[in-house]
Design a protein around this ligand. Sequence first.
Ligand code: PLP
Length: 454
Amino acid sequence: MLKYNDHATMNRWDNENFVHPWEGMEAIGHNERTFVEGGEGVYVVTEKGDRLIDGPGGMWCVQIGYGRDDMADAMADQARQMAYFSPFNNAHSTAARLAREIAARTPGDLNHVFFTTGGSTAVDSALRFIQFRNNLLGHPEKKIVISRHKAYHGSTYLAASVSGKERDRLWLDKAEGLAHFLPDVNPLHRDEGTSMEDFLDQKVQDLEQAILHLGAEKVAAFIAEPILASGGVIVPPPGYHKRCLEICRRHDVLYISDEVVTGFGRLGHWFASEEVFGITPDIITCAKGMTSGYVPMGGCIISDRLIDEVSGAAAQGATFSNGFTYSGHPVSAAAALKNIEIIESEGILDHVREVTPLFQERLHALSELDIVADTRGMGLMGCVECKMGDKTSLENDYQLGTIIDAHCQKNGLILRPIINMCVFSPPLIITKTQINQMFDILQDGVRAAMEAPA
Ligand code: PLP
């Protein structure tokens, strides 16, 4: 049931007035979209009343599931009491308490939270903070950021400039000279006969050689998602992040761990950097699962060491002139606090660790299907990559994800198709029965795509 008007009218308004993210310009004006009007637990409800399991958990973000009254109440209470106050010169206790709660859950000395409006602004703020720090410490030439092929760090100018998905860069400009990209870290693409250990050595050498080639005095930071999420859930070889951090330390290069997707429980821990990958980076960025998507919020969490370097006597009157009207927004902060409380009191991190083996087992079982070229994942993140034809060209495969998604939607599952891949990150509360349902539907969807006319 649509909240406003009939489908034809809404679709027309949507076409005529709403520019969607990643809008394909050819289809603008005549898209036919499904309106999703409700949600409950792991399900979204379409305008027709169809209940679909939400495979991508919104956009890697709806950790605690949809339709929670306690979440709505926490936000409403805060809005009634104090909806907004400027964070520039004054403080707000809800945001202060949230910063404290987050600092209590981060690794090492990552104790300072700079609140943002989402993931892109978190990454942008991390990059601006590093520029600020290096200027202040007298190293204005130390500015290059090393990123990776297929990385996604956001859509603001700096964040997009360090993102490495080529197709996203075709029509847009980027900050010149800012970023350097390392080659593919996907073990699937390693040369035939190369062991995982040798591949790891190569990938670590890629980073060190890039630093040496560019000059350590010019390289400010390395930015990495623990698992490249929208690049296709690429899990780097075991030990990769630890060894990259060692190299960063050796060359005085800061390490930004972009946990916008992996933070807040996706891999069964508050943050994956330390608990899963054994590293304490210099900065962690987060967003998405921070509020379970109920309201926008992000953060860039900075170490004591970095804050010490740029504060006190060293600051020489300097101001970090970066911030948002909505930094630490009280309603978002109230939602984030309630989200933490729910995750904790309902044992959701333990639950993720408990259901992960089934999720991963069912995911990998799909590799038996003819068109499945790879299955990969970790925690409650997964990707199925498909390929038709001679397996050397993607030409015929661009629509595969969309074809599979269309089949699955008819049977009760919504996916996130990316070219020839489908990625998953369901709400963290998903049960074992729902995981089995999800993969049963997906398996049928992949089979149907195999039979679909080219
Ligand atoms: N970083 C990562 C790893 C992401 O996956 C995303 C979004 O998908 C972002 C940053 C940008 O976040 P947002 O869309 O909230 O700006």
